[in-house]
Design a protein. Sequence first.
Length: 257
Amino acid sequence: MQHATAADGCRIAYQDHGTGTPVLLLAGQANNHHWWDVVREDFDAVHRTIVLDYRGTGQSDKPDEPYSTAGFAEDAIAVLDDLGIERADVYGTSMGGRVAQRLAASHPGRVRNLVLGCAAPGGPHSVERDASIRRALANATPAGAREILLDLMYTPSWLVSHHGPYATLGDADMPDYAKRRHLVASHRHNAWDVLPDITAPTLVVHGTDDTFNPAANAPVLAARIPDARLHLIEGARHAYFEEFRAVASPLVLDFLA
């Protein structure tokens, strides 16, 4: 891992692989760069891929102070600056899609193409997950929470034949305070007012059976971003990019090309 230094001095760990047009891959909430382990090679074949550990995760610094999706976006810019990359494709999923919104709106000249996967605009215009899911996760034991997350991420039929390890269930080594900071950052995201400022060609991707971040957010997000394209993957849940890799990776690569 290499390290970039953010404006406030926080050290952000990242990896840089391959050659070609750079693509920055942004992971979900309370996850590090391993979120992309299963599918990263699909992009390595034709792109220079950059993945990072958000502050609070992995090998990055873990300050106990408020985090935000806008702040995570600035950390990502620090990584691109450290690499001397002026423009990159940006592909963010889950909270990474929220971070990518902020990055593309605040730094339009740095984003060549934008892909927002299983994301939401945040704020009052978002379609919230059912309250029963929030209650179940809040009250579950660690083992119980893991089973709930697996069901939200993947279909039962896929889980029967794929027994892990799963890279999408969170960074197990994160301090509890950092997990809380990530949760608040994602919850407080509201990019509604700046989404029309996004100038990069944008693809919005979502699984039709995603209840963790309801699929109804996808058309809302796509309609708010000028000329955005929308693609729903039938039958997919939140980790569509992994379980439906054979559909999702070619779809995104074709868009980026």
